[in-house]
Every structure is written in structure tokens, then in C-alpha cells.
Design a protein around this ligand. Structure first.
Ligand SMILES: CC(C)(COP(=O)(O)OP(=O)(O)OC[C@H]1O[C@@H](n2cnc3c(N)ncnc32)[C@H](O)[C@@H]1OP(=O)(O)O)[C@@H](O)C(=O)NCCC(=O)NCCS
Length: 213
């Protein structure tokens, strides 16, 4: 279930973060991350959750550094079934056709800055002498993926995140890609719903037990 959306999101998320080394093992996508607190990321649908858990519990990475994102209709039930893996949070895999996303301007006095490589667009909104909000969108043949959408606390609820999403969508529309995905935090979900995004499935985020050293 949701395999295509999950794959499209993983491809774009990996491109956004520069995690270019990934492979399929037992229908689980294994992404080599090699960061101190996240050595590896396993991505799977619920049918393959047991295989993903087995991979995480038997790999050679330090405690707490093997992460999982599992698409599931019931994150709490799945988390209980995956012990001793530790549930971290629930996110939501969301999607939209970029042309359907609502558009909002950058509110004055803030200024928009856009930069892009062939596959990654970066947006910053600056004001009052600092970067107030930012976001990224990877644009691949498998679709676009929004990532790292953030507004600094002092600048929230002024419409900056929706202006970031608007700028990313406009820049991405120069590519053939029309469909976008992202994984939303609870607060992010309210933002994206206000822009027309819909939820594909909840995602359970979990990791191996223990604290990275
Ligand atoms: C989520 C986040 C990016 C929103 O940034 P923002 O600049 O405050 O968002 P906007 O002002 O553009 O909000 C647009 C709409 O999104 C929704 N929204 C935004 N923040 C919300 C919140 N805390 N609670 C409920 N709805 C919210 C509202 O519909 C809002 O419109 P309104 O203010 O007219 O009601 C910001 O809170 C943040 O950086 N949070 C921490 C990181 C994070 O969770 N990022 C999302 C990762 S997926």
C-alpha cells in the first residue's frame, strides 16, 4: 500500500539531503546516511515492517543510529509491535499536484531569495537582519519533494512558510514534474493542508534503542 508515493518521497528526500547511496533489500529501501546520529535510514510500507525491523536490529550501527520510516494506518499499533525499536514520532506523508497548491506572496518587509541546482531548489526569506524562513525542494523525474521547511520562532504565523512553499512550487513548475510529496510534522501538516495538500498515509518514525555516542 502507498508504495509508489513512499518511493517518490524517499527518492526526493534522499536527493534533498545528499543521501545518494540507497538500495532495495527485502522490499525495504536502505539509505546510507553516515551522519553521527543517523547512520542508516530504512523506508518501508507496513507489509515490510518486520523485514525493516530485522535489518535495523541486526545491522552493525551504534545504538540509536538506525532509523526507520514505515507507512502505516495505525502508528501506535505498529510501534507496539516493533519493540524493542523505539517510536520517535508520527509524521504524515502528503501529496499535491503543484499547479493546485494555493499561492501566497511574501509579506513586506521580507525579501525572497531563490537558488537552484538542476535537482534542488532552495528558498530563503530574509527580514530584520536574519533568515526568517527557509525550505528546499528536490525535483527529480520521480516527482518533487519538499523538505526542511522552517520558520524561525520569532517570525511564525506571518505567512512566511506558505510564501516559502509558494516560491518552491513556482520554481519547480519550470521542470516537467507535476506531483509533489513531503513528510509533515504535526504543525507542518496544518500548514500544508491550508495550501491544499492531502494526506496519503501516516508514517511511523522509529529507531533502534539507545543513545548515539
Ligand atoms: C510549521 C512552520 C514551518 C509554520 O511556519 P509559519 O511561517 O509560522 O507558517 P505560516 O505563517 O505561513 O502559516 C500558514 C498557515 O499554516 C497553518 N499553521 C501554521 N502554523 C500553525 C500552527 N502552529 N498551528 C496550526 N496551524 C498552523 C495555519 O493555517 C496558517 O495560517 P493562519 O496563520 O492564517 O492561520 C513553523 O511552525 C516551524 O518552523 N515549525 C517547526 C519546524 C516544522 O515543524 N516544520 C515543518 C516540517 S514538515
Amino acid at each position: 500500500m502507498h508504495d509508489e508515493a513512499l518511493t517518490r518521497w524517499q527518492r526526493g528526500w534522499s536527493a534533498s539531503r545528499g543521501w545518494t547511496d540507497y538500495q532495495q533489500v527485502d522490499d525495504v529501501t536502505v539509505v546510507r546516511v553516515d551522519e553521527p546520529e543517523r547512520r542508516v535510514q530504512y523506508v518501508a510500507s507496513e507489509e515490510n515492517a518486520t523485514a525493516a525491523a530485522h535489518l535495523a536490529l541486526t545491522d552493525c550501527h551504534p545504538p540509536g543510529t538506525s532509523w526507520l520510516a514505515i507507512a502505516t494506518d495505525d502508528p501506535d499499533r505498529l510501534a507496539a509491535g516493533l519493540k524493542p525499536l523505539e517510536p520517535v514520532r508520527t509524521e504524515w506523508l502528503m501529496t499535491i499536484s503543484l499547479a493546485d497548491q494555493a499561492s501566497y506572496p511574501v509579506p513586506p518587509p521580507y525579501i525572497l531569495e531563490v537558488s537552484a541546482t538542476p535537482s534542488v531548489i532552495d528558498v530563503q526569506i530574509c527580514g530584520y537582519g536574519e533568515v526568517a524562513a527557509s525550505g528546499r525542494m528536490a525535483v527529480l523525474h520521480t516527482g518533487a519533494v519538499a523538505d526542511l521547511i522552517t520558520t524561525e520562532p520569532a517570525h511564525r504565523r506571518r505567512g512566511l512558510a506558505r510564501a516559502v512553499m509558494t516560491a518552491l512550487a513556482h520554481a519547480a513548475r519550470s521542470h516537467p514534474t507535476t506531483t509533489a510529496h513531503l513528510s509533515a510534522s504535526p504543525t507542518g501538516r496544518a500548514l500544508y493542508e491550508s495550501l491544499g495538500w492531502t494526506t496519503v498515509t501516516p508514517l511511523l518514525v522509529a529507531r533502534t534503542a539507545g543513545t548515539p555516542t
